[in-house]
Write a protein that binds this ligand. Structure first.
Ligand code: GAL
Length: 439
């Protein structure tokens, strides 16, 4: 147990609270990388699910737009489709409510309540429905006095709100950071809510925006943030546009020294929702988002309309080979390896000494471009040493065959698109690496 974890637990005991979920603690310790994570046993691989914000924002007008307003009906429909259309089968599990679900006031006991018109049966009923489908329910609150959209925030009510969520059967809390008093109270609020959730005894996955809000003023302490959160947003909100996706990628690459070591089983950097299947990304750009979110070991929260999604986007979001890269049990986040003219090469170490490699063509003019590079640069020189088998996963699956360390690979990439590859080292029966022609 690291000294930081010991200190945190010590403080916890000193407050006279019992840390529950001992099984979770054990799992997190067994699975954890160098940096220890929140002790709730959740998010051992990046969380997968659906979150309403990017696609449905704060649409509360159920009179005008009953199909798309934030209401229990919307989440029930999504839950149903997540099962019937194969989303659950490939790993999407959490159906998540974002901002704008609340009534404008707490109830007479100071407890949160959902807007009675839009959630006439209350959140507990919705949680039961979602659970009956074998799925989990996520909800949203804010560390400050009000949510970003102006609904009652959790400030001053952390324990009551955590208990309310647990009583309702909520499985995930997205905790935003708008309207906080000062930096210290923001951090204290994130820590307090983590303890409060833990103290309920219910396993509630804790999704934070802590680093995003403190970054303008100070460098986030990821060792600390990992102690409290299962994932954390670092950067502004995603929009349904290539500009937004490419901005997130550029920002992540330029901060990868601090971000990559922070990620691992139990705690992940969150580059925000997948906007695949909406209006703003071309097919190539959708491929890029899916491939790079897999490389970044990002939580996969789709924000789209599962009732009206085109088959191509659906098959991309349900692509088992890409999901397997995202969910790789080694739990190491990938990084940008090189940037050469318009091309970027990203790589991610996977279990069993395999690697995922993404080649992205940033050029926004012209047609497909060839990119040729030496295999020996991949995987810290070990990805294909002495040889490896390469499978192309995206844009479509293709076996590319055996490559020796000294060889070159040529990929052809469409503008703003990505080619995603998986490299597997060649081994003989006794597990030693061996050149294919020597076998
Ligand atoms: C933002 C947050 C978004 C969404 C929105 C709701 O601050 O980053 O993801 O939750 O608030 O108002």
């Amino acid at each position: 147990m690291s000294s930081v974890r010991a200190t945190v637990l010590g403080q916890e005991r000193a407050r006279g609270r019992n840390l529950k979920l001992a099984v979770g603690l054990l799992l997190a310790v067994l699975a954890g990388p160098g940096v220890s994570a929140l002790d709730n046993g959740l998010a051992l691989t990046p969380t997968m699910g659906w979150l309403h914000w990017e696609r449905f924002t704060c649409n509360v007008d159920c009179q005008e737009d009953p199909e798309n307003c934030i209401s229990e009906q919307l989440f029930m429909q999504m839950a149903e489709l997540m099962v019937s259309d194969g989303w659950k089968a490939v790993g999407y599990e959490y159906v998540c409510i974002d901002d704008c679900w609340l009534a404008s006031q707490r109830d007479e006991n100071g407890r949160l309540k959902a807007d009675p018109k839009r959630f006439p049966n209350g959140i507990q009923h919705l949680a039961n429905y979602v659970h009956s489908k074998g799925l989990k329910l996520g909800i949203y609150q804010d560390v400050g006095t009000h949510t970003c959209a102006g609904y009652p925030g959790s400030y001053g009510y952390y324990d009551i709100d955590a208990q309310t969520f647990a009583d309702w059967g909520v499985d995930l809390l997205k905790f935003d950071g708008c309207n906080y008093k000062n930096l210290e109270s923001l951090k204290e609020g994130y820590r307090h809510m983590s303890f409060a959730l833990n103290n309920t005894g219910r396993r509630i996955l804790y999704s934070c925006e802590w680093p995003l809000y403190i970054r303008p003023f100070q460098q986030p302490n990821y060792t600390e943030i990992r102690q409290y959160c299962n994932h954390w947003r670092n950067f502004g909100d995603i929009f349904d546009s290539w500009n937004s996706v490419k901005g997130i990628l550029a920002w992540t690459a330029s901060n990868q020294e601090s971000l990559v070591p922070a990620a691992g089983p139990g705690g992940w950097n969150d580059p925000d929702m997948l906007v695949i299947g909406n209006f703003g990304l071309s097919w190539e750009q959708q491929i890029t988002q899916m491939a790079l979110w897999a490389i970044m070991a990002a939580p996969l929260f789709m924000s789209n309309d599962l009732r009206h999604i085109n088959p191509q986007s659906k098959s991309l979001l349900q692509n088992k080979d890409v999901i397997a890269v995202n969910q790789d049990p080694l739990g190491k986040q990938g990084y940008r390896l090189r940037k050469e003219k318009d091309f970027e090469v990203w790589e991610r170490p996977l279990s069993n000494l395999a690697w995922a490699v993404a080649v992205l063509n940033q050029k926004e003019i012209g047609g497909p471009q060839n990119y040729v590079f030496s295999i020996s640069v991949l995987g810290k020189g070990l990805g294909c040493s002495p040889a490896c088998h390469i499978t192309q996963i995206l844009p479509e699956k293709k076996e590319l065959g055996l490559y020796e360390w000294t060889s070159h690979l040529k990929v052809r990439v469409n503008p703003t698109g990505t080619v995603l590859l998986k490299l597997k080292p060649i081994q003989n029966e006794s597990g030693c690496f061996q050149l294919p022609h020597l076998r």
